[in-house]
Design a protein around this ligand. Structure first.
Ligand code: 8DG
Length: 152
């Protein structure tokens, strides 16, 4: 070894690098309000990872761009409208779940029309980036929490 001790990422061991599982593309967004708070939603009972908090978004359909998927999901899930030009790419998650590998671009959005409201019965919370760690999120999201604290 040169340079660094065997700590941190090296000590964590080798992660999967072969794409043995399907890669699922999910677009997600950090909606940021004028006070700098971020909207998260609780995954409802009955779904995989129920009870964990997530960024709004969902699977990108065949023939859709991540931006178009988000515009659709924001309308369906929260009843708000935004535009691709209001979605700024800021980070991504790449995480191996048991059945699939999640690839999730994360956008930031500060401009939309309407008031976010839970159209699918989900619980919503506006949270300061520094407090996101208080809300249990899927393992894929964990590396994003510190990033958002620094970026937003
Ligand atoms: N929207 C969103 N999904 C996330 C996050 N983190 C994370 O691991 N995911 C996972 C959970 C799901 O497996 C997948 C999102 O897919 P989805 O919301 O369209 O699908 P779902 O599992 O809720 O249900 P379905 O539409 O397939 O019935 O991505 C996140 O922060 N936001």
């Amino acid at each position: 070894m040169t340079g660094y001790d065997q700590t941190g990422c090296w000590a964590a061991g080798e992660l999967e690098t072969a794409a043995a599982k399907p890669i699922v593309l999910v677009a997600a967004v950090a909606l940021v309000d004028p006070d700098g708070r971020v909207l998260i939603a609780k995954r409802p009972p009955g779904k995989q990872m129920a009870g964990l908090w997530e960024f709004p978004g969902g699977k990108v359909h065949q023939g859709e761009t991540p931006e178009a998927a988000l515009i659709r999901e924001l309308h369906e899930e929260l009843g708000i409208d935004t535009r691709a030009s209001c979605l700024a790419p800021i980070a991504f998650a790449s995480h191996g779940y048991e059945d699939f590998h999640l690839l999730m671009p994360l956008f930031a959005c500060r401009v939309w029309q309407g008031t976010p409201s839970p159209k699918e019965g989900q619980e919503l919370a506006w949270v300061r980036p520094a407090r996101l760690a208080d809300y249990p999120m899927p393992p894929a999201d964990e590396p994003l929490i510190g990033l958002l604290r620094d970026l937003l």
